[in-house]
Design a protein around this ligand. Structure first.
Ligand SMILES: Nc1ncnc2c1ncn2[C@@H]1O[C@H](COP(=O)(O)OP(=O)(O)OP(=O)(O)O)[C@@H](O)[C@H]1O
Ligand SMILES: [Mg+2]
Length: 331
């Protein structure tokens, strides 16, 4: 059923009886177009090619992101504080103007030179678009506060996301890590796809290196978005694609999957996609390290495994499995 391909075993699903015959869209409707690849724990020689380079790139990017997040955080905080101050003091100032107008109206009613002066002041106020400003300024301030709130969310997601790798695995809330990753990667997918999550709430906290697992999810989401962006259907219709990030609890392991409805992975390159520096993207768009890093992190660092399902024209799902500690090993 399968053939060894330099550390990656691929199997073509030929029919419903195949144990690895996983259908992409309709469960049970296996077709010979569906390919399942399983990255095994034993890596082939080519895999050594990634060496420490890929991971030091990750660590460097992590530190860089952490530094940038910190630098953005301080000014964002005072922009937020100042804008809140402006919102509150504008409300008070505007209430004061209302009281002032009421007094002027009283004085104007008394007539005489003071009444005339009050009338002039009221005329100037009538010409100053106060009503319009009274509605629009609070709206503008509120929009600024919403924007600052969004920046704060992204910055805190970046800080969490790029938390330097600990030496030991930590019990991690995968859903929190995935949500952060989705937030920091928004710019990569929001122009070509909508992104939904389907989380299994039974998934427990998992011992792992959280920033590495976030990198895995990030690479898979970016690949999905690029694939959708490059799809001929999308080029023809401009239609948005769909990315779904799922989690599932299985006996002894948890699964994180990223599914896209892009063009699929052509058969002739399926066995090469985990190779370091293999890319089909134009220079500047891809370095070909994404899936090699995914493999290194999942298989070598976490003792997990990877499977992908792809059907030309229908999309691709990458599924990664991380082992859970055996119940008898938890104290
Ligand atoms: N979801 C997907 N749909 C279609 N093709 C994919 C998908 N994911 C990966 N590929 C193919 O696998 C190749 C290797 O992916 P990989 O993530 O390793 O590198 P890259 O995305 O090209 O570059 P990098 O991730 O370093 O920026 C891609 O160039 C693309 O051809
Ligand atoms: Mg990639």
């Amino acid at each position: 059923m399968g053939k060894a391909l330099n550390g990656v075993e691929a199997a073509v699903a030929m029919g419903p009886d195949e144990p690895l015959a996983l259908s992409l869209a309709e469960p049970g409707a296996c077709e010979d177009r569906v390919i399942v690849g399983r990255a095994q724990v034993e890596s082939g020689d080519w895999f050594e090619g990634l060496g420490p380079v890929g991971l030091s790139r990750l660590q460097m990017l992590g530190r860089l992101a952490q530094g940038i997040a910190h630098e953005i955080n301080t000014p964002t905080q005072f922009i937020g504080d100042n804008t809140t101050f402006l919102r509150d003091s504008f409300g008070e100032s505007f209430a004061l103007i209302g009281q002032l107008m009421a007094h002027l109206l009283e004085i104007q009613g008394m007539g005489g030179p003071a009444g005339e002066a009050a009338q002039k002041a009221l005329d100037s106020m009538a010409h100053s678009d106060l009503d319009y400003l009274g509605v629009e300024i609070p709206k503008a301030i509120q929009q600024s506060l919403d924007g600052v709130g969004r920046i704060s969310n992204i910055v805190s997601a970046m800080k969490n996301f790029s938390h330097p790798s600990a030496d030991v695995q930590t019990l991690t809330d995968l859903h929190h890590a995935i949500n952060n990753t989705i937030l920091v990667s928004q710019n990569e997918w929001k122009y070509s796809a909508t992104l939904g999550v389907d989380f299994d709430l039974n998934v427990p906290r998992v011992p792992c290196f959280p920033s590495e697992v976030s990198q895995v999810v990030l690479n898979l989401i970016v690949n999905a978005a690029h694939a959708i962006g490059a799809s001929p259907t999308r080029a023809a219709t401009g239609a948005y694609g769909k990315i779904t990030v799922r989690t599932r609890l299985h006996p002894g392991e948890v699964e994180i999957s990223v599914q896209d409805d892009g063009p699929g992975i052509p058969r002739e390159i399926q066995q090469r996609i985990f190779e370091p520096f293999f890319t089909t993207k134009p220079a500047g768009k891809g370095t070909g390290q994404g899936l090699a890093i995914v493999h290194k992190i999942v298989v070598e660092h976490h003792g997990g495994w990877i499977l992908f399902e792809t059907a030309p024209g229908r999309g691709t799902t990458f599924r990664i499995f991380l082992p859970l500690p055996r119940p008898d090993s938890i104290h």
